[in-house]
Design a binder for this molecule. Structure first.
Ligand code: NAG
Ligand code: NAG
Ligand code: NAG
Ligand code: NAG
Ligand code: NAG
Ligand code: NAG
Length: 760
């Protein structure tokens, strides 16, 4: 077993502490991104001229040390540079004419499939790939992450066409690694460790490889994990090209590197950018992902980002700018099942990668050690707390917490136990997924939900001689309550713009099997063919590249669609019911709402043909940003390199008026019983002529009128404006909180927008 390597993978996903130390050790210097108004006398569209000008500014503040302090110049994504400065130098910089913001790079940001293409109905006879002959051919997906594993079979270029002529990027690996699949690869780690600055973007932690292969990995047959045959693997857009930008190392992802990653990916000619990194949750003009995302929008590039893994509390969402697609995570219907059978006959479906071949299913004594004082840690099976005499030959129930699950497994084994049941924490509720890395187990084990853990404890208390066994059932499909929203998936509302309903969409993000570096997979887990290293990871990091792949498929089908049109198509066609036709639930099996799942679970087949789209041009965000109260220089920082504006000359709008595919309104603080919003839809259906009828569902006590309630289109790309007049019974807010939906229905099209009436 190779626990240190698995811990490393785990560390990457969950821990950033060491990077903070590295930052602080930079003596008295800290790293900042400093932005400026676009000057009249310098042509900053020329990168060399911009850099010369930026360095002249820096040298006026630090005359002796300009070269070593300068990190990057940016001339597109913002006008400015990243540099190391002391506090006094920051104060001097603030006074420099035209300086608009000094953003401390601060802490680094965290990085937040054989089966999923099937789950999403991409393959198979009626699947999208076959029906539309579309596997993302010619589309370039840029991945900003921790790099890639050179030579992994997921990145073979068999069947791939050469990159399109517009591609301007380059590949820092040698020619045996870069191919028609991996067409670009760069390291942008100028803020990270010195020794990594000049090496090719090799993925150390596994995260970047997993994400890239989920979006656009090619087909790999006969995948095996822990002796379990998993079939054929591929990404969502298996014929799309990949461009790799390494902006993360095992300690995290530094904002200046991320910002540079955007500038490079966009200038190189990517069509879609996939970011599985949690944003800073700072205002839009200070966050590298929202700044970079706006430059992408200006270039017609689609950006999909993770909602973060800080759920299930409300308001934990990151990456929530309206020009980004913010992705939540759901469970899949696959379970590698290890059922716990109790002496009273109860069978509880748990999960384990260790599927023992010689387990006899004989009932064994079952123990759970709990109590006060010194015993409080025994319930969590910490090392040294288990009494060997008491647990020898028995199955031990351990609560989740303090140490990683695989360690508990080893501790029980060392103490002579015969098997382990690990119960998820209360926060996890119905989840059987103990952490962001599917734990390799070394002893017969079952990871059960919190709810099932409680049932086992009740049983133990109810009888003098509790017994249990495991039934190893292998890979099981059609697990009920699939998809359901993962407990860890960050929840809305957005704190920066609550009436833009976030997250936008949900994709599969729990126990996702995709490529990883072979060296990270423990020998017991890796299959016969060691080059085919695949492993299960969970997170919004994993759901995000699914959406990037789907965006690539939509882009291939509709090359002229804007990023907003693609986003609308994905959102208005999403599923709100599970595999059994019941409403999608959250981790507690309560119905999921728009702040859990956005518009719902992505349905790629339908996203290709949405009927109508809610489109947005970049100019539409100007009145929105002015309306949110951003100052001119802040708005212009975001708009860069588009022409600057003055909010005083703009007719500002309030958030709910942005032509978004979902609808959020609030009566709070308003002395009114009525709110009217406008939306514009564009006919992108299969026929010129189409008549749509409105159907609206509202929270109790609310009423609304859609005007007009019927729209008849006579041309493709024709636009129509409608308004919705919302009415509440009185001026007191309470009763009007809740959720609803608007559907425009025409034949096979049902264009759905979730509605939320919110408190602020
Ligand atoms: C290319 O790089 C890989 C990995 O660094 C190495 O194994 C291989 O020998 C290199 N090939 C050539 C032709 O230099
Ligand atoms: C099952 O096999 C494993 C390893 O092959 C061995 O360590 C274990 O003792 C066996 N268990 C039983 C119940 O025979
Ligand atoms: C339980 O374990 C934690 C972490 O190892 C430790 O800090 C704490 O003191 C332990 N509690 C008891 C009662 O031993
Ligand atoms: C548990 O503690 C013992 C004694 O200190 C040590 O030998 C063993 O390696 C520890 N086990 C684990 C899994 O940490
Ligand atoms: C609310 O509006 C009504 C009618 O416009 C007015 O009579 C009332 O004074 C207003 N209340 C407050 C608190 O402003
Ligand atoms: C909504 O659209 C109508 C008709 O174009 C226009 O008169 C009205 O000002 C718009 N309302 C808002 C809030 O933008």
């Amino acid at each position: 077993m190779n626990l240190s390597k698995i811990s490393f993978l785990f560390f990457l996903l969950t821990n950033i502490a060491s990077y903070v130390v590295a930052y602080d050790s930079q003596e008295k210097h800290q790293i900042y991104i400093i932005t400026f108004k676009v000057p009249d006398n310098v042509d900053i569209s020329n990168p060399e001229a911009a850099e010369t000008w930026h360095k002249s500014i820096l040298s006026s503040i630090v005359p002796d040390d300009t070269v070593s302090r300068h990190i990057y110049s940016y001339n597109k994504v913002v006008n400015g540079f990243a540099a190391k400065l002391t506090e006094e130098e920051v104060q001097a910089m603030q006074k420099y004419p035209g300086c608009t913001s000094i953003i401390p790079a601060g802490k680094p940001l965290q990085q937040a499939t054989t089966h999923t293409p099937h789950l999403l109905h991409l393959n198979g006879l009626k699947g999208l790939w076959k029906r539309t002959k579309n596997m993302g051919e010619g589309i370039i997906i840029g991945i900003l992450d921790s790099g890639i594993t050179p030579g992994h079979p997921s990145f073979d270029d068999k069947g791939m066409a050469p990159p399109p002529a517009k591609w301007k990027g380059h590949c820092d690996f040698n020619s045996t690694i870069c191919n028609k699949k991996i067409i670009g690869a760069k390291s942008l780690l100028k803020v990270g460790a010195e020794e990594k600055k000049h090496i090719p973007p090799i993925d150390e932690g596994g995260h970047g490889t997993h994400v890239a292969s989920t979006a656009a990995g090619g087909f790999v047959k006969n995948i095996e994990v822990a002796g379990i045959a998993m079939g054929k693997a591929s990404g969502v857009a298996p014929r799309a090209h990949l461009a790799i930008y390494r902006v993360c190392d095992p300690s995290g992802c530094a904002p200046p590197d991320i910002l540079k990653g955007f500038e490079e990916a966009i200038n190189d000619g990517c069509d879609v950018i996939s970011i599985s990194i949690k944003g800073s949750q700072m205002a839009f003009h200070l966050d590298p992902i929202s700044l970079g995302g706006f430059y992408a929008l200006l270039n017609g590039i689609f950006v999909s980002v993770g909602a973060a893994n800080d759920g299930p509390m409300p308001g934990t969402i990151a990456n929530d700018a309206p020009w980004l697609l913010t992705v939540a995570a759901s469970t899949t219907d696959r379970q590698i099942r290890s059922t716990v059978k109790l002496g009273n006959g109860l069978q509880l479906n748990g999960h384990s990668l260790y599927q023992s071949k010689n387990w006899t299913s004989k009932m064994l004594p079952l123990v759970y050690v709990t109590g006060d004082g010194p015993n409080v840690n025994a319930s969590k099976c910490l090392n040294g707390t288990l009494d060997k005499k008491m647990i020898r030959g028995k199955i031990v129930l351990c609560d989740h917490g303090i140490i990683a699950a695989p360690l508990k497994n080893i501790i029980v084994q060392e103490a002579g136990g015969a098997g382990t049941i690990i119960a998820t924490s209360e926060k996890g509720s119905y989840s059987t997924q103990p952490s962001f890395v599917d734990d390799p187990d070394f002893l017969p084990t079952s990871h059960v939900s919190y709810v099932d853990g409680m049932k086992i404890k009740d049983y133990i208390l109810s009888t003098k001689q509790p017994v249990a066994t495991f039934l190893f059932e292998g890979v099981v499909h059609r697990n009920p309550f699939s998809p359901s929203i993962a407990s860890f998936s960050s929840r809305g509302p957005s704190l920066l713009s609550p009436r833009i309903l976030k997250p936008d969409i949900t994709g599969p993000g729990v126990s996702i099997l995709a490529a990883v570096p072979p060296v990270l997979v423990p020998p017991k887990i890796i299959g016969e063919d060691k080059s085919k290293a695949f492993y299960f990871l969970s997170g919004t990091s994993m759901s995000t590249p699914h959406l990037s792949g789907i965006a690539a498929l939509v882009k291939k089908e509709h090359p002229d669609w804007s990023p907003s049109a693609i986003k609308s198509a994905i959102m208005t066609t999403a599923d709100v019911t599970d595999i059994d036709g019941k409403p999608i639930v959250d981790h507690k099996h309560n119905p999921a709402d728009v702040f859990d799942m956005g518009a719902g679970q992505v349905n790629p087949n339908k996203a290709l043909d949405p009927g109508l789209v809610y489109d947005l041009k970049y100019e539409d965000y100007i009145p929105y940003l002015c309306g949110l109260g951003y100052k001119d220089e802040e708005v212009n920082n975001i708009l860069m390199p588009a022409p600057s504006v003055q909010c005083a000359k703009v007719k500002a709008i309030s958030e709910e008026q942005l032509n978004y595919p979902s609808i959020g309104i609030s009566f709070q603080g308003k002395n009114t019983t009525e709110i009217t919003i406008n939306r514009t839809v564009t006919n992108v259906g299969k026929t010129k002529k189409a008549t749509y009828k409105a159907a609206i569902i509202l929270p109790m006590g609310m009423s609304a009128e859609v005007v007009p309630s019927t729209m008849t289109f006579t041309n493709l790309n024709e636009k129509k404006i409608f308004k919705i007049v919302f009415q509440r019974p009185g001026n007191s807010g309470g009763s009007s909180l809740g959720f609803g939906e608007l559907k425009w229905i025409s034949g096979r099209y049902s264009v759905r927008s979730p509605i939320a009436i919110i408190g602020n």
